[in-house]
Ligand binder design. Structure first.
Ligand code: CS2
Length: 456
């Protein structure tokens, strides 16, 4: 079968110039920000996507002139569109000079990122890459630029700015100070809330795209129909008219972000761990299991919602109902083990804030604790209730396994809880007090014991 490319596919008008340099050209970016940018439509806002860890996506897109399709899987309908807004792709490791040029190019006015939660840990390569890029820009054109973080972090813009500043402070003073000053006056870091469920593409998805297009597309991505983007309107050098594509601009992104993290992502993690332990392959299967659905509702309504300052104009019960409806979409086939990845990075952002706030209000957050307990059992046991192995993909995997106790399945609930609560990368910083909270410990122990295999 012929491959998707400009020669084989009559794409509509594509942006002529690259105005956005995007770090982390994964499926999420291609199904979210790229689609918003294309729908906002402007000749100067083409995207140059940078792949960070592997050349795969670049190798898939290059022969296709950077065209790819988004297969939208609704409950009842499937839609497929070809996206042409990505105009260039580069593999950072192999093409440092091209990357430097893109960073320095004054036509590039936004540098955006989707590098997942673990991309923001202190020694992750991405902050270093960003700081070097900004330095190249300062020494080159010196033109102002916006750094747009599109990951699921609390106050993501501010968080990234702080990491960049810390990185500058660690450079030799002669370079670091001048750079920090230049950044303070020329670079903005607006916060954003991004939302679209984008499961990993499967061979079946690619076959479906091929059947629809009559062309092979190695870079196709799959997504739910829903998409939302809330952005703080604080740009240094202009931006696409993303509002034309449905994005919301507000001064209050923080509330949206916390709401989304605690309601959607927190519940997603609960479904992932409880579901995987019960042998459910997909999130839709997990939420169709009445016991798990009850826990999901409990987390949403009883634990998380009371901790939130709901943004103006948002109907909280409606939001909760929509989240459950989106998870129940069987056509997405989002794997529980995919959402279970990187739990050590996700739990603090999604669940521990709810737990801390409820405990402070004198309440016991039973369901949020159940989600954490399910993560603990997932880590400690590594098998579902039928004995099938569950992959532990996490930057702290070895540490977590060791902390959970080598006794594995036979380890008592207490040993697992004690061991994992002592992992300070998870239960530290803002959440350090949780590790010593007697009531939380007791609830976790009870729940871990209930979830350990051998129980009905
Ligand atoms: C999910 C998110 O993989 C995960 O941990 O919870 O990626 C989720 O699908 C998105 O944040 C939805 O916007």
């Amino acid at each position: 079968m012929r491959r998707l490319s400009e020669a084989t596919y009559a794409a509509g008008p594509r942006p002529e110039r690259v105005g956005i340099l995007h770090l982390g050209l994964g499926a999420f970016h291609r199904a979210h920000q790229a689609v918003f940018t294309e729908d906002a439509g402007a000749a100067e806002w083409g995207i140059c996507g940078v792949t960070q860890r592997s050349a795969t996506v670049a190798d898939q897109l290059r022969p296709q002139d950077c065209l790819y399709s988004v297969l939208e899987r609704g409950r009842d309908a499937v839609d497929c569109r070809v996206v042409g807004v990505v105009r260039d792709v580069l593999f950072a490791e192999a093409e440092p000079e091209r990357l430097r040029q893109r960073f320095s190019d004054p036509a590039v006015r936004i540098v955006s990122l989707t590098v997942t939660e673990k991309g923001y840990t202190k020694d992750a390569a991405v902050v270093d890459r960003l700081v070097r890029g900004l330095d190249a820009r300062r020494r080159g054109s010196g033109a102002p630029v916006t750094v747009l973080c599109c990951d699921n972090l609390t106050a993501n813009g501010r968080t990234l700015r702080r990491l960049v500043q810390q990185h500058c402070a660690a450079l030799p003073p002669a370079d670091g100070e001048a750079l920090a000053e230049w950044i303070a006056s020329n670079v903005r870091f607006p916060s954003t809330m991004v939302d679209r469920i984008v499961p990993a593409t499967t061979a079946e998805d690619r076959a479906e795209v091929a059947a629809r297009l009559g062309l092979a597309d190695e870079a196709a991505v799959v997504a739910e129909p829903f998409r939302q983007w809330v952005i703080e309107d604080d740009f240094a050098a202009g931006r696409p008219e993303w509002e034309r594509a449905g994005a919301q601009f507000t001064g209050d992104v923080g509330r949206f972000e916390t709401m989304k993290l605690r309601l959607l992502n927190g519940t997603h993690s609960l479904l992932a761990y409880l579901g995987a332990l019960r042998g459910h392959d997909t999130i839709a299967q997990a939420v169709a299991d009445p016991d798990i659905a009850e826990a999901a509702r409990g987390l949403l309504e009883r634990d998380a919602l009371p901790t939130l300052a709901v943004p103006e104009g948002v109907d909280a019960p409606g939001y909760v109902a929509d989240v459950l409806e989106r998870f129940a979409n069987p056509a997405l086939r989002h794997r529980t083990t995919q959402v279970a990845m990187d739990g050590s990075q996700k739990l603090p952002l999604r669940l521990l804030g709810t737990i801390r706030d409820r405990l402070a209000a004198g309440r016991t957050p039973v369901y949020a604790a159940r989600a954490v307990a399910a993560w603990m059992v997932y880590v400690a046991v590594g098998r579902d209730r039928d004995g099938r192995p569950l992959p532990l993909e996490d930057p702290l995997a070895d540490r977590l396994r060791a902390a959970a106790g080598s006794a594995g399945e036979r380890a008592a609930g207490k040993a697992i809880v004690d061991g994992l609560l002592a992992v300070r990368e998870v239960f530290g910083g803002d959440f350090a007090e949780l590790a010593d909270h007697a009531e939380l410990r007791a609830v976790l122990e009870e729940q871990v014991r209930e979830l350990l295999p051998g129980r009905p």
